[in-house]
Design a protein around this ligand. Sequence first.
Ligand SMILES: Nc1ncnc2c1ncn2[C@@H]1O[C@H](COP(=O)(O)OP(=O)(O)O)[C@@H](O)[C@H]1O
Ligand SMILES: O=C(O)C1=C[C@@H](OP(=O)(O)O)[C@@H](O)[C@H](O)C1
Ligand SMILES: [Mg+2]
Length: 169
Amino acid sequence: MPDDLPVVVLIGAPGAGKTRLGKRIARLLDVPFIDTDKRIVAEHGPIAQIFEEHGEPRFRQIEREHVARALGEHAVVALGGGAVLDEDTQRDLADRLVVQLSVSAEAVAKRISGDRRPLVTGVDAWSALVATRRPVYDRLADRTFDTSSLPLDRIAADVVSWIQETTND
Ligand SMILES: Nc1ncnc2c1ncn2[C@@H]1O[C@H](COP(=O)(O)OP(=O)(O)O)[C@@H](O)[C@H]1O
Ligand SMILES: O=C(O)C1=C[C@@H](OP(=O)(O)O)[C@@H](O)[C@H](O)C1
Ligand SMILES: [Mg+2]
C-alpha cells in the first residue's frame, strides 16, 4: 500500500461502528487512525453546534475538506455516515480500499438512544436516512461487514484478515 494512501476507508450508517472499529483496526495494523468527525470537532467545535449555527450544507463543506485531506494520508480512515454524499468523495473512493460497516435497525436502536448526531433523531429517522444512502454505500464498498451481533474485537479481526488477504494478492 503506498505511503500516501489510506490502508482502508470505513463508510456506512451512523452507529454501524466506524469510529470504534476503526480505532481497533488501526491498532491491529499498527498504523495511525483518523476519524474525520474528530478532526472537524477539534477545529470547529461540536457537530450539533455546526448544524445549528451554520446548517448542514456548511457542515458538508467542512467535512469534504477534511475527508479530502484524510484520503491522502497513510492511515485507517473512518468517515462520518453522510460523507459519501459528496460527489468528489465518491470519485476519490473509487480507487481506495473501502469497507462498509452495516448494522440492522434493531441493533442500532440501542446504540443511538440519547444520541447527539443531529440527523439521527430516532430509529425511524435513521432507517429513512440509511435507505436513501444504501445504494451509495453498496456501490462504493469493496466489502461489507455486518456489526449487528458480533463483538467489536471479532469484527476488527475479520476486517484485518480481509485487508491482509486483499492487499497481499
Ligand atoms: N459490534 C458492536 N457491538 C456492540 N456495540 C457496538 C458495536 N459497534 C459499535 N457499537 C456501539 O455503537 C455506538 C456507535 O459506534 P460508533 O463507532 O460511534 O459508530 P459510527 O462511527 O459508525 O457512527 C458506540 O456506542 C459503540 O460502542
Ligand atoms: O450520517 C450523517 O450524516 C452523520 C454521521 C455522523 O458520523 P457517524 O456516522 O460516525 O456517526 C456525523 O458525521 C454527523 O452527525 C452526520
Ligand atoms: Mg463515527
